[in-house]
Ligand binder design. Structure first.
Ligand SMILES: Nc1nc2c(ncn2[C@@H]2O[C@H](COP(=O)(O)OP(=O)(O)OP(=O)(O)O)[C@@H](O)[C@H]2O)c(=O)[nH]1
Ligand SMILES: [Mg+2]
Length: 399
């Protein structure tokens, strides 16, 4: 049976992760290893990055309501009028932060309500990070209304080059107007083929009785221009899930179009990634795995690894405090042991001696770290590390 794209994705992700940890422990002072490590890192990022989606549509078509529905909460609570808002770029972060991106400079903002409307007008974008699970999968660009005359350049056109697909919101009360069709015409063909058309406000009493007829008309005009067209009751979809995105009212979630919409977004996200599979497989087979299979073993590669890590640690510790010094020394030794574990397949005689010395020094520093920390025992730890370095540089004397 043919593997599903989601299974291929999981398998590639696992292989990229494995390769990354093997190469991380290897001697990255070696140019071939460093190159393979960078390739594995790029590959891992490519396979796991969030899919980027822009939300477009005319003035007041429900774009921001749709974004809040996806996020499960209002992340941007502003007093400024909607027409003054620039594009808002939502991405995942450990906490909520705001950053204004202007044509000339960017800056972090503690309280977005200190931004005046004229400041907002000058911005290219307002970047918002939030700890919302949905944002780990999708980055969102909420663009301001495209027929808003106060904005000279259509904001959607400025972000389309950065996104994987677009979700266009059209208001059911005047759905899929000629002005929308003309705007949509300007977008790249491939992007449109992956994009969704969301018909909002279908819960309104003026729309509900004739919804079937309306959808038939929209499908006739717009079906060839989108991947899928989905009618949505945005307010009902918002209240059908909790803050974490968990569905609390399944019937309402399905009836509102929320379930269809998220399913379609997940399918597009797989499709976008499928496009990188072939390159990913090629990179793994040609640039990464052969390097891993040829990783050098024994003392020579260890000594080059140690020299790099020792110098880096020493320079990092120049202004460090005492507890940091002890922790860094232990980490240096633990890293060296992990390196040998991953690379000394042949159990070279030197490797045995090196491992014994590393373990001895580790025990010694560990004991110090459990005592009351004084300048004197920090000094002893430094001496032990320097002694190790001297011994490794003069390894032939040891063997
Ligand atoms: N009844 C109903 N109201 C909706 C729906 N979607 C949005 N609204 C309302 O429509 C109004 C405009 O929605 P917004 O989300 O601000 O529209 P927008 O496209 O972001 O507007 P701009 O950014 O100013 O272009 C708000 O009052 C929403 O509450 C819907 O599906 N049903
Ligand atoms: Mg809006």
């Amino acid at each position: 049976m043919q593997d599903q794209p989601s299974e291929i994705q999981a398998e590639l992700e696992r292989k990229a992760s494995d390769a990354l940890s093997r190469l991380y422990q290897a001697d990255r002072g070696d140019k071939t290893v460093a190159k393979a490590y960078d390739a594995a890192l790029d590959l891992h990022t490519l396979l796991t990055r969030p899919i980027k989606v822009a939300i477009g549509g005319e003035f007041s078509s429900g774009k921001s309501t749709f974004v809040n529905m996806l996020l499960g909460q209002h992340v941007v609570d502003m007093q400024a009028s909607a027409s003054a808002m620039p594009t808002v770029h939502f991405l995942h972060g450990a906490k909520t932060t705001y950053r204004t991106i202007g044509t000339k400079h960017s800056q972090s903002i503690a309280d977005i309500n200190t931004l005046r409307e004229e400041d907002l007008h000058e911005l290219e974008c307002l970047e918002v990070t939030a700890d919302v699970p949905f944002l780990k999968q999708f980055e969102i660009f909420d663009t301001p209304g495209t027929s808003d005359p106060s904005r000279s350049v259509d904001q959607l056109l400025t972000v389309v080059n950065q996104v994987d697909f677009v979700i266009w919101c059209t208001n059911a009360t005047q759905a899929w107007r000629e002005s929308e069709r003309r705007m949509w015409e300007n977008l790249p063909f491939e992007l449109k083929q992956r994009s969704l058309l969301i018909v909002t406000h279908v819960d309104l009493p003026s729309i509900k009785p004739s919804l079937n007829r309306l959808m038939k008309r929209i499908k006739k005009d717009a079906a060839p221009l989108f991947k899928k067209i989905i009618p949505m009751e945005l307010l009902a979809a918002s209240s059908a899930r909790d803050k974490t995105g968990k569905v609390t009212d399944q019937a309402a979630w399905e009836a509102s179009g929320g379930a269809d919409c998220l399913e379609a977004m997940a399918a597009i996200s797989i499709e976008v990634r499928t496009d990188v599979f072939q390159n990913a497989i090629y990179d793994l087979e040609n640039k990464i795995i052969p390097v891993i299979e040829n990783l050098k073993t024994g003392a020579a590669s260890f000594l080059s690894y140690w020299a790099l890590e020792f110098t880096t640690t020493q320079s990092r510790l120049l202004d460090a405090d005492n507890t940091m010094i002890l922790r860094a020394h232990l980490k240096l030794i633990e890293g060296a042991l992990a390196f040998l574990d991953g690379n000394s397949k042949t159990e070279a005689a030197e490797a045995k001696i090196i491992i014994a010395r590393l373990e001895e020094a580790h025990d010694f520093i560990k004991i110090i770290s459990l005592q009351k920390i004084t300048d004197q025992n920090i000094q002893e730890s430094c001496t032990a590390i320097k002694q190790l370095d001297w011994e490794f540089k003069n390894l032939t004397m040891l063997t």
